[in-house]
Design a binder for this molecule. Structure first.
Ligand SMILES: [Ca+2]
Length: 250
């Protein structure tokens, strides 16, 4: 009888241990998620952002994220600088948002000291397309076909610049920007949660190698925060880290 009791106690302990181990395993990808980081929702009947990152790019949604929200959206980086000679290349690679026209381009941030200024936006490309789960599985219709007149290369000069996307089906006064602070200022619909671009190093899945000066961006232009409405690649750039606030003199 005693032996049977001991055995059942052992089984309970073992089950508890396994449950803890399972939880620990499942929480590995969220280990790097900052408490202030907006939550990412599953795609509605579409591939989830976490699965796209893992299956197509060998990236972890939070551990590889280059622009986590550490404290406030204002202090979250969102500008790039050209890294070498030649143009910057900005290309949509997966389209999972609305079927109305999606547009993308770059912008010069408002001059410092004049937060009311609108950023100077330049449009580069547009498309009317929605990829399916099957497209992602087979590679068909990828990247989405661009409208006539679209281009993917531009010369931003040596100053920092940002990237944007917008969709004609949404009334948003200017779309979403890589800088969350700019979304908060110019997009009333999204001001409550203005972090709309998750930025990663670009990794070639076939080789497992990070491509230098190349980034992958998961865009959210609405409020459901599945962060795969438009997935873009940008080349020949470096992400500009925000300067840390100056320490007060002792
Ligand atoms: Ca969305």
């Amino acid at each position: 009888m005693m032996r049977r009791k001991w055995n059942s106690l052992s089984l309970v302990a073992l089950a508890a241990l396994l449950a803890v181990a399972d939880l620990a395993t499942r929480c590995v990808p969220c280990a790097a998620q900052e408490p202030a980081q907006p939550k990412v929702a599953p795609g509605p009947n579409e591939p989830d952002w976490a699965a796209i990152l893992r299956d197509h790019y060998g990236l972890s949604m939070f551990a590889d994220l280059k622009n986590p929200v550490k404290s406030t959206t204002e202090s979250t980086p969102g500008l790039f600088r050209r890294s070498g000679p030649g143009p910057v290349v900005y290309t949509p690679v997966i389209a999972l948002g609305l079927e109305t026209r999606t547009r993308g381009g770059w912008y010069i941030p408002a001059p410092s000291g004049s937060p009311a200024d609108r950023p100077a936006r330049t449009e580069l490309w547009s498309y009317v397309h929605k990829n399916t789960t099957d497209d992602l599985r087979t590679g068909k219709n990828l990247p989405p076909p661009l409208a006539d007149g679209s281009k993917t290369q531009f010369d931003p000069g040596d100053r920092p610049f940002g990237l944007w996307v917008a969709n004609d089906g949404l009334d948003e006064g200017g779309g979403v920007f890589t800088e969350p602070a700019l979304v908060a200022r110019w997009n009333r619909r999204l001001a409550r949660q203005p972090y709309k671009a998750m930025i990663y190093p670009f990794r070639e899945k076939s080789t497992g190698k990070i491509v230098p000066h190349s980034y992958l961006i998961g865009w959210e232009y609405s409020t459901n925060d599945d962060f795969q409405d438009v997935v873009c690649r940008v080349d020949n750039v470096e992400l500009v880290e925000k300067e840390s606030p100056k320490q007060a003199a002792p």
